[in-house]
Design a protein around this ligand. Structure first.
Ligand SMILES: Nc1ncnc2c1ncn2[C@@H]1O[C@H](COP(=O)(O)OP(=O)(O)OP(=O)(O)O)[C@@H](O)[C@H]1O
Length: 450
C-alpha cells in the first residue's frame, strides 16, 4: 500500500505546481488502508480544511486509478506524536505543512523510538527567552546521564518544549547511534500502559521502557491525578535513573505547581536541573519566522514578519500557523506577500485578539488565583498574603495593558504612581531569582491571553 501511495504522490506531483504540491500534498502522512478507506494524516486543521475543499477529489482519483479500484479518503489531523507502533524505527515525516524544499530523506534510525527528526538544535532559534533551557538541553545532549539528570523543561503552550526535547534525542543519536532514544508524550505512555494492562503485557511494557538509554517524556503534567500511570512511571524513572540513563521531562508547569502530581515524582523531577522557556521577545519571534519562512520557501518581507510577530503574544505554533496561511494564500493567488495582503488574510483572526485586556480582568484573575477578594487587592492592607498578589496584579497590568502608572494606581484604590513602579521593580527582581514565581506569573499571563 505504501507503494501505491508513493505512486499516487508521483501522479499528484505531475498534476500540481511544485509549490502547491509542497504546500498541500507533501505534508500528508500515509497511515494505512482499512477496507476501502485510505487513511491520511495532515499536520493541522487549516491544511485539512483546504485539502477537503480543493484536493479531496484529486487525491481520491489518483489513488483509485493507481490502485485499480475505488477507494474513499479519510483525512484527520495528526496528534502531536507520530503514530508508529513502538518500538519501531523512526520514519516520521515533517509535522508542519511545507517542509524544506530540498530536504533530504533521513535514513531510518533503528534506535529512534518515536522521535521527530525535524526538531533539531540547528532548527531551534535562540533568544533570551529560551537560552537557559537550550543550554541545559545542549549540555545533556553532549553528556547524557552525566550532567543534569533528570532535565525538567517547563514553559507555556507552543514555546518549543517538544522541539527542544526532540533536539536532545536527535543530537544524542547522531553522536551515539548505538543508544536507544525514546520520545513519548505522557498521554501515549498512559495509553500504552492501559493497553498493556488490558492484554496482560506488562512485562513487555516494562522491558521496553527500561531498555532505553534516553527517555524523553513530553507534557508530563497529564499524568497528574492518574494513579496507576504515575506509579508505573515512577518505577520506570527509578530503573532508568539507577542504571544511569538520561531522562528528560517537559511540562507546562513547574513541578510544585502540577496539581495531583505525587510527591515522590515531584521530588524526583527536582533532583536534576529545572529549566524554563519564557515567552519569546519580538526579535526571537521574527528570527523564528525568518527561519520557518526559509524552510517553507516563503518570501517574507521584514515588515510582514514584524506585523506577524506583534500579532502573536507568545505561542510560536500560532505564529507558524499565520505564516503558513499567508504563504498558502500568496502561492494560490500567485501574489507576493505584502503587509496589506497579510493584514487582509489575517483580519478575521486578529480582530478577536486585538481587544485589549483591562486592569479589572487582571485583578479578577489574580484574586481568584490567590483566593482573595478584589477589594483586598485594591486596599492598602500590608499583610503578606495580600502584598504579593497585589504587586503581581500591578505588574501584569503594566505588562498587558496600555495603562500608564498613574492610571494603574487609580484602579488600585487610588495609589500613587511611585507605588506601582516600586511594585513592578520588586516583581521583576523576584522573577529573576524565583523560578516558581516566574512560573505562576507566566501561567497567569497564559490564562489572560486566551
Ligand atoms: N526557538 C524556536 N525555534 C524554532 N522553532 C520553534 C522555537 N520554539 C518553538 N518553535 C516551533 O514552534 C512550534 C511549537 O513548538 P512545540 O510543539 O515544541 O511547543 P510546546 O512548548 O511543546 O507546546 P505545547 O505546550 O503545546 O506542548 C514547533 O513547530 C516548533 O518547531
Amino acid at each position: 500500500m505504501e507503494k501505491i501511495w508513493q505512486k499516487t504522490l508521483d501522479s499528484l506531483k505531475q498534476s500540481l505546481t511544485p509549490q502547491h504540491f509542497a504546500t498541500w500534498i507533501k505534508p500528508i502522512r500515509f497511515i494505512g488502508v482499512h477496507n476501502d478507506v485510505v487513511e491520511l494524516e495532515v499536520p493541522n486543521r487549516f491544511v485539512l480544511d483546504w485539502l477537503k475543499k480543493h484536493y479531496y477529489g484529486t487525491i481520491q482519483e489518483c489513488w483509485s486509478n493507481t490502485a485499480g479500484a475505488a477507494y474513499k479518503i479519510s483525512l484527520t489531523v495528526a496528534s502531536k506524536t507520530a503514530k508508529e507502533p513502538v518500538p519501531a524505527a523512526e520514519t516520521s515525516p515533517p509535522a508542519t505543512p511545507a517542509p524544506k524544499p530540498k530536504q533530504e530523506k533521513t535514513p531510518p534510525r533503528a534506535n529512534a523510538y518515536n522521535l521527530n527528526s525535524r526538531y533539531t538544535f540547528e532548527t531551534f532559534v535562540l533568544g533570551s527567552s529560551n537560552q537557559f533551557a537550550s543550554a541545559a538541553a545542549t549540555a545533556v545532549a553532549n553528556n547524557p546521564a552525566t550532567t543534569y539528570n533528570p532535565l525538567f523543561i517547563y514553559g507555556g503552550v507552543g514555546l518549543g518544549k517538544t522541539h527542544l526535547v526532540n533536539a536532545v534525542g536527535n543530537a544524542i543519536l547522531k553522536k551515539n547511534p548505538e543508544m536507544k532514544v525514546c520520545y513519548y508524550t505522557s498521554e501515549k505512555f498512559m495509553n500504552e500502559l492501559i493497553n498493556s494492562l488490558r492484554y496482560a503485557k506488562m512485562d513487555e511494557f516494562r522491558t521496553k521502557f527500561r531498555s532505553m538509554d534516553v527517555l524523553l517524556i513530553d507534557d508530563v503534567q497529564f499524568i497528574a491525578g492518574k494513579e496507576r500511570t504515575q506509579e508505573e512511571f515512577f518505577h520506570t524513572f527509578n530503573a532508568l535513573y539507577d542504571s544511569h540513563k538520561q531522562i528528560v521531562v517537559t511540562s507546562d508547569k513547574f513541578p510544585k505547581e502540577i496539581p495531583g502530581l505525587e510527591e515522590r515524582l515531584r521530588s524526583r523531577f527536582e533532583w536534576g536541573l529545572i529549566a524554563d522557556i519564557q515567552a519569546p521577545d519580538m526579535e526571537t519571534k521574527q528570527a523564528i519566522l525568518k527561519m520557518k519562512a526559509e524552510q517553507n520557501g516563503i518570501d517574507l518581507p521584514k515588515e510582514v514578519a514584524l506585523f506577524l510577530a506583534s500579532a502573536v503574544s507568545s505561542n510560536i505554533r500560532e505564529l507558524e500557523g499565520y505564516l503558513v496561511r499567508i504563504g498558502a494564500y500568496a502561492s494560490l493567488t500567485a501574489t507576493p506577500i505584502t503587509l496589506s495582503m497579510a493584514q487582509e488574510v489575517l483580519k478575521d483572526i486578529l480582530v478577536e485578539k486585538r481587544r485589549e485586556l483591562t486592569v479589572e480582568e487582571i485583578q479578577k484573575l489574580v484574586a481568584t488565583h490567590y483566593s482573595i477578594k478584589i477589594s483586598d487587592l485594591k486596599s492598602a492592607k500590608r499583610m503578606k498574603a495580600l502584598v504579593l498578589p497585589r504587586q503581581i496584579a500591578m505588574y501584569l497590568s503594566r505588562q498587558l495593558t496600555s495603562c500608564s502608572y498613574p492610571e494603574i494606581g487609580e484602579r488600585f484604590g487610588g495609589k500613587d504612581h511611585s507605588t506601582i513602579i516600586h511594585a513592578i521593580k520588586k516583581i521583576e527582581k523576584a522573577m529573576d531569582e524565583d523560578y516558581q514565581l516566574r512560573s505562576v506569573i507566566n501561567n497567569l499571563k497564559k490564562e489572560l491571553s486566551i
